[in-house]
Ligand binder design. Structure first.
Ligand code: ATP
Ligand code: MG
Length: 484
């Protein structure tokens, strides 16, 4: 038989998963604890206050009687007044006094004491330890606080009598009982009402979160422009909402970029395919000579090369994004690498009437790089510079090191890039003037590839440009792979 969670355990874990439930439980427990402990504290203060006021009263009486017995033992009248009359006049908090001689024989008592207190028991309690205070229950169920004290008689202490005073504290007891009754009543009421109040507070506290969740639930790729309204939220949640909105901004931006990217891919793939198809259709429309077919095939080949270059670039970018991509790092002399790129582009620079030069430190500039990728990056930069520089202009490839970094820069005196386009030049398929670049064969992937290569090396790329003056693109790379 397989074990199935009972309905009860599922509900309990479900409840504990709820923030409202946890807050409610927390508030309610805190409230109950507060009421419980403050009431217990007050009760304790009340008990000790009552007890100490009774003890003060008893102490006072003992002092008076002791003084009388010591100073005026022969003044029976005064003693009589104190022991027999004064307490009898009281209605509440009655007290009873008994005076015993040194053989425990009763000398004088408040009338009625025998009805209230078990005198034999009293003697047994005080005989061996006359000086003490304690509590007893009287014959009629009343509570008494008793003080017994030794009292030397006469200035020379001819005899030591015992004073016993029992004060009726049943009024206090019933006050405390009433207190306990109300204590439990209030605690039960708190127990019933507090969770409700706590639940309301908790719900109110998390309502903005729920509203936020509702908004978030509605957001999909078709309405990525929706945002959470910040008004009315407490500031802690407003900052969460703001962060969430910022995340949506980024998502929207990436989403737009991806859709633009897909549209651009489709467009850029379609053009060469259409060209090939058009040429083939025209060629097949009627019979032609070998020379004409040759021309068509050459043109198709050219378009196919463009197409496969484009696909190659896209594949490269897709792979560069994969975390599994590894570089084939080796010690590369960057001056030598720049020299090779210059050699490669020298002919086309000469064709365009552009001076292509290098500025290289005298000593070798060594860095741990992927040679092929770096050659491709610098090649892309050189090709951009040459494509955007008029005849008579200059393109310079240079490098220098700085502590742990190596910088490779390609600068030109070309047409430059408008400031508003500058932040977008590293985007895939971005071309400043798409009509112009299209005719010159650019697909807008060159700088995206350069950026990917820089990032793969743990470095970065930056660009500065001024329209009509020229452009400078810099690669900043760590010299050693472990510095990445
Ligand atoms: N040195 C530069 N001077 C002026 N504009 C430049 C320069 N480098 C790049 N750009 C502009 O930035 C755009 C993007 O460059 P990128 O290298 O990514 O694409 P591309 O050169 O058009 O195409 P591809 O390099 O893929 O063949 C270019 O179309 C061009 O308008
Ligand atoms: Mg380019």
């Amino acid at each position: 038989m397989s074990w199935k969670p009972t309905a009860k355990s599922v509900t309990a874990s479900h409840l504990w998963g709820s923030l409202a439930f946890r807050l409610t439980a927390g508030y309610a427990l805190a409230g109950l604890f507060l009421v419980f402990f403050s009431s217990v504290g007050l009760y304790w203060v009340l008990v000790s206050e009552l007890e100490s006021s009774t003890d003060l009263f008893l102490e006072d009486k003992v002092l008076v009687l002791r003084t009388m017995l010591r100073d005026r033992p022969e003044d029976e009248n005064a003693l009589h007044e104190e022991v027999e009359l004064e307490s009898a006049a009281r209605r509440y908090e009655q007290f009873y006094i008994r005076l015993l001689d040194d053989r425990s024989a009763t000398l004088m008592t408040t009338p009625g004491i025998a009805d209230q207190v078990d005198l034999g028991r009293l003697v047994a309690l005080t005989r061996y330890r006359p000086d003490r205070t304690f509590r007893i229950t009287g014959k009629q169920g009343k509570s008494f606080r008793v003080r017994s004290a030794a009292a030397p008689v006469g200035p020379t202490a001819t005899r030591v009598d015992t004073i016993e005073i029992a004060v009726d504290v049943s009024q206090q007891e019933s006050l405390l009982a009433r207190f306990r009754y109300w204590f439990w009543a209030i605690l039960s009421a708190t127990f019933a009402v507090y969770p409700l109040i706590a639940y309301r507070i908790a719900r109110q506290g998390i309502r903005p979160l729920e509203e936020m969740a509702t908004t978030a639930r509605h957001i999909s790729s078709t309405n990525l422009h929706e945002r959470i309204q910040l008004e009315g939220y407490p500031y802690e949640l407003a900052s969460l909402a703001r962060t969430f909105n910022q995340m949506l901004n980024r998502l929207e931006e990436s989403f737009e970029r991806i859709s633009r990217f897909s549209a651009d891919i489709a467009h850029d793939l379609r053009t060469p395919v259409n060209n090939i198809r058009g040429e083939a259709e025209v060629a097949l429309a009627r019979a032609r000579g070998a020379g004409a077919y040759r021309e068509v095939i050459e043109s198709c080949l050219e378009e196919s090369v463009r197409l496969s270059d484009l696909i190659g670039d896209l594949l490269f970018l897709a792979r560069a994004e994969s975390p599994l991509t590894h570089l084939r790092r080796e010690m590369v002399d960057v001056s030598e690498l720049l020299g090779k790129v210059r050699e490669y582009y020298e002919a086309s620079a000469a064709d365009g009437g552009i001076t292509l030069g290098t500025v290289i430190p005298s000593e070798p500039v060594m860095a741990e790089l992927d040679r092929a990728l770096m050659q491709r990056a610098v090649g892309n930069l050189a090709s951009n510079a040459l494509a955007n520089t008029q005849p008579g202009g200059r393109v310079v490839l240079e490098t220098h090191t700085e502590t742990s970094m190596i910088h490779i820069e390609v600068s030109d005196t070309g047409i430059g890039i408008p400031a508003e386009a500058l932040p977008k030049v590293f985007d895939r398929f971005f071309r400043v003037d798409s009509s112009r670049s299209q005719s010159s064969g650019g697909t807008g992937l060159g700088l995206a590839i350069v950026q990917s290569i820089a990032l793969l090396h743990g470095g970065s790329v930056s660009i500065s440009s001024e329209e009509g003056k020229g452009t400078r693109v810099s690669l900043h790379l760590p010299i050693n792979s472990f510095l990445k």
